[in-house]
Ligand binder design. Sequence first.
Ligand SMILES: [Zn+2]
Length: 410
Amino acid sequence: MKKRIIYILICCLLGLPTWGQQSNKTVQKAAQKRAFTVVIDAGHGGHDPGAMGKLTQEKKLNLEVSQRLEQQIKLHYPDVKVVMTRKNDVFLTLQQRADIVNKNNADLFICIHTNAAENRNVTGTETFVLGVDKLQSNLDVAMRENAVMLLEDDYQTTYEGFDPNSVDSYIMFELMQDQYIDQSLNFATLVQQQFTDIGRSNRGVRQAGFWVLHKSACPSVLIEMGFISNSNEEKYLASDKGKEDITNSIFQAFSQYKSAYDRKHGIVIAAKSEGKPSAAKADKPVKAKADKPVAAEADKPSAAKSDKPVAAKADKPVAAVEQAELRPVYKVQIFSTLKPVPAGDATFRGLKNCQYSKDGKYYKYTYGEDTDYQTILDIQQELKTKFKDCFIVAFLGDKQIPVKEALQMK
Ligand SMILES: [Zn+2]
């Protein structure tokens, strides 16, 4: 331990500017690479209107809410890059949407859609993540949203033989592993929770095979804001208040997700970024009249069996989030000393949010925080240029546990 302190002291005495700058650049580059980008996708557009209502069309509602969400995020998170797949009434293929996500190295992909069902009593919100579910109603939604492929001349080539109308095509989603599933479920759960908080009927977090989610390499969700096929809900969705409520709900979920992301990545957040003004708005009692029939109708036995709210499904991701809280967290221990190092010390240059804990006589300094071991491994690799002996440590709650044990818990 003394060796390390002497090493740091020698470095400080010698100045070692080149060494310091280089490692700084590396760490900054790593931070830049992790700069948060969200892609908002207003479903449908142009000659694809999506689901049709009596008052309006899905493509219009999707775009209006997407634009409001874009404004909210830009206002409260000036550092976040917000990319829109479309800003006006144009047609985009599913593949083009996914390409935008991947070209921008997005950290989060939010698709905004409006639901429709043959049974006009059905109402409520649901948020999908990629996956397989035996529920016919989930497959129906995926089929309807994927069907836009059929508007393309050569869709079979573009979509690798995938037929949006064939149940067999959806088997592929059973075989694949989605490495972003945990984050996608977390965000989806936050969205549904926000909808519940404003009194919307919660049809839960669901899984289905959406091509646009499948082809996007980041945590991705598809939000169905409500049913355009129900006249009360259509009125609500088309109203200014409805659009504002929905936007606020998604924004609050974004805010919570982003805070968790920042904590994990050791990013210091400006107070403004907490999104307080909108929180106040979203917390207002918004028991709109449109919400009452929503709850009532969702419980009606007349609702088709396939459209029943899936309580079990809705509970699963919530449990997943709770489990996530108990999951081991990894950090990189960069060094430990007998005397605390002042926060502004050159040692921490380029590292935005180092933490320390006192263990016996020693102050242990760590950087980064993530439940994903691979992410911390990457951070450790970057840090090695500056702290060549840094190593990974694991915590369960406040308790440090052996990394090996943490890895076995997964
Ligand atoms: Zn749609």
